[in-house]
Design a protein around this ligand. Structure first.
Ligand code: FE
Length: 228
C-alpha cells in the first residue's frame, strides 16, 4: 500500500494519503486548506486516482481542503453521519465500509471530542483524528464534546482493536508521528487502562485551554467542506 503522512505546521495537523499500489485508487484523510497545492501535487506525482476525502470530524482549528479537492479530482467528500455536513457526498455510520483498490476502510463512530467524530481503520492502522492522540486526546469542552462519551469511545471501540494496531492521530504538538493501541493503553496519561472514567472526567475538566484561534471561521467553513 502507498502511504504518506503529511504535516501542516500552523495547526499541527496530520494529513494522510493511502492508495492501492496496483490500481492506484486512493484516499486522503483530513486535508488542510493551507497545504492543498502540496497535497494535490503529491497525488499527481504518485499517479493516484483519488476516490474519497475522509474527514475525521468537523475541525475547529483549521479549514478543510475537501471541497477544493473534490473540484480538482472528483473525490467524494466523506464524514461520519452525526456530523450532518450538508456538502458531504457520503455520511458513514458506525461499521460502514468503503473500498479503494484491494483495500477496505471501516468507519468507527467515536463521539466525545465532537458528536460526529469518526475514526477510520484500514488493515493494521487506525486514523484517530482528535479522538485519540499520542499520549493525549481531543478536548471535550465545545462542539457537543463529552468527556464520559470520549472515554467510552476510546475504551470500547479503539482499545478493542488488536494491540498491534498502529495509531495515526489528527495532530501532534511534540513531533511524535505514530503510536500503537498497546502503547496508549499503557502510557496515555488520560485514558490508560489503570484510569477510571471519574479520573478522566476530572483531568478533562481541569485542562483550562483557551479556545482555538480559528474556531469562529473554521467550524462554519467546515460545515460546508471548506467552500468559501
Ligand atoms: Fe478537533
Amino acid at each position: 500500500m502507498i502511504f504518506r503522512q503529511l504535516f501542516e505546521k500552523e495547526s499541527s495537523t496530520y494529513t494522510y494519503i493511502l492508495a492501492d499500489e496496483g490500481t492506484l485508487e486512493g484516499v486522503i484523510i483530513d486535508p488542510v486548506r493551507e497545504t492543498l497545492t502540496r497535497d494535490l501535487q503529491l497525488i499527481e506525482e504518485l499517479g493516484i486516482r483519488l476516490l474519497y476525502t475522509l474527514e475525521t470530524h468537523v475541525h475547529a482549528d483549521h479549514v478543510t481542503a475537501a471541497a477544493s479537492i473534490r473540484q480538482k479530482t472528483g473525490a467524494q467528500v466523506v464524514l461520519g453521519a452525526e456530523t450532518k455536513v450538508p456538502t458531504a457526498d457520503l455520511l458513514l455510520k458506525d461499521d460502514d465500509v468503503l473500498h479503494f483498490g484491494g483495500h477496505t476502510l471501516r468507519a468507527i463512530h467515536t463521539p466525545g471530542h465532537t458528536d460526529g467524530c469518526t475514526c477510520y481503520q484500514i488493515e493494521d492502522r487506525v486514523f484517530t483524528g482528535d479522538t485519540l492522540l499520542i499520549r493525549g486526546c481531543g478536548r471535550t469542552d465545545f462542539q457537543s464534546g463529552s468527556a464520559p462519551l470520549l472515554f467510552a469511545s476510546i475504551r470500547s471501540k479503539l482499545f478493542a482493536l488488536p494491540d498491534s494496531t498502529l495509531v495515526f492521530p489528527g495532530h501532534d504538538y511534540t513531533g511524535k508521528t505514530c503510536s500503537s493501541i498497546a502503547e496508549e493503553k499503557k502510557f496515555n496519561p488520560r485514558v490508560k487502562l489503570t484510569n477510571t472514567v471519574e479520573q478522566f472526567v476530572e483531568i478533562m475538566a481541569n485542562l483550562k485551554l483557551s479556545p482555538p484561534a480559528k474556531i469562529a471561521e473554521a467550524v462554519p467553513a467546515n460545515m460546508k467542506s471548506g467552500i468559501s
